[in-house]
Design a protein around this ligand. Sequence first.
Ligand SMILES: *Cc1c(COP(=O)(O)O)cnc(C)c1O
Length: 425
Amino acid sequence: MNENWKIETRAVQCGYTPGNGDPRVLPLYQSTTFKYDDAQSVADLFDLKRDGFFYTRLANPTVDAFEKRMAALEGGVAAVAVSSGQTATMLSMLNLASAGDHILAVSSLYGGSVSLLTNTFQKMGIEVSFVRPHDDSATVAAAIRPNTKAIFAEALANPALVVLDIERFAGIAHAAGIPLIVDNTFPTPCLCRPFEHGADIVTHSTSKYADGHAQCVGGIIIEKGGFNWKNGKFPGLCEPDPAYHGLVYTDNFAACPYSVKLRAQFIRDMGVPMAPFNAFLTNLGLETLPLRMERHSRNALAMAEFLEAHPKVSWVNYPGLASSPEHEMARKYLPDGASGVLCFGVKGGKAAGERVMNSLRLAAIVVHVADVRTCVLHPASMTHRQLTDAELEAAGVSPDMIRLSVGIENIDDLKADFDQALANA
Ligand SMILES: *Cc1c(COP(=O)(O)O)cnc(C)c1O
């Protein structure tokens, strides 16, 4: 890879470099296992003494190429693809925190992340507390405890659409000797690269824009590289691992110790890799990601302006709108477009909103977001249904909120569909 390549070039050129006479396009290695001529080679692979593939639960050439492409897009040193975005969120933190530790999270989160943090992590003995995205820095710093292992936040919150001040949160995390983990699912590396603003780990639900065609559930965890894991807070990374005959991740894999530990311990033991076929399809999705994000962002801004001017609409939330309280943050962190998701409410509240959703002909009601086809969803009764009222409020979800994921269709057709549906409000 040429380090100067821009994102559009990386999206189609990185990850897989064919040799003379090799397939031009990344092949699908639909194979569980890999053949070796001698036993010692396989033993060395088991000991992490050499690179290579031996069993697809741990690594597979198609998945590996996809990981390298995602790492190149985000500007990280390594990536680990996993079975879903939920897995990515979970393992990004389990790789650092175990029973007795604490995670600090920013409250404007995807509903599944809230459930994971407040229910499942608590049961595992990992404490989690929350701060608000706009809390002042002293409040955030005061919420960090001696046993806090990371701050977790979304770059562009689903569905609250709060734009994270990544530099500010990275500064607070680093002052405490802990990494900032950013879920960059909504902006994608085409619109925001959290590492350039100080984040240390980036996660994605690749089920969203990365795939882009609503075909594959998947996730990925990407490491920036260069974090000082030897500051006394992360013995799991810099003390001998008995599972690998005393190997020390920060010594033996100094460039990407976090990623090697994640794969060697969690992908191996929990068995949650991305399937090769999903990596193959999602990798194809990445090739058009820069083009799609341009169109998604342009269409979403046009829809936000259209809805804002519509007499039946009571409010619109889109960080790209000049009227948005997030607009200043969006100009800093999302200068090329604010992605394809917006939220709005209809005059008459939840019932009127439901009538509008039911009247849409082109836009479909689906539990998804971020694919090429426009769709709508009602977070309070769907994705965020399990949350309490207080959690809903903290996540930025109001009862009347409709989440609109704007696709890449012609904008005139989209406006016409919402115009006819709003007539039924
Ligand atoms: C969808 C989503 C997830 C969860 O991803 P899955 O692939 O559905 O498991 C996590 N974070 C964000 C921001 C999401 O939108």
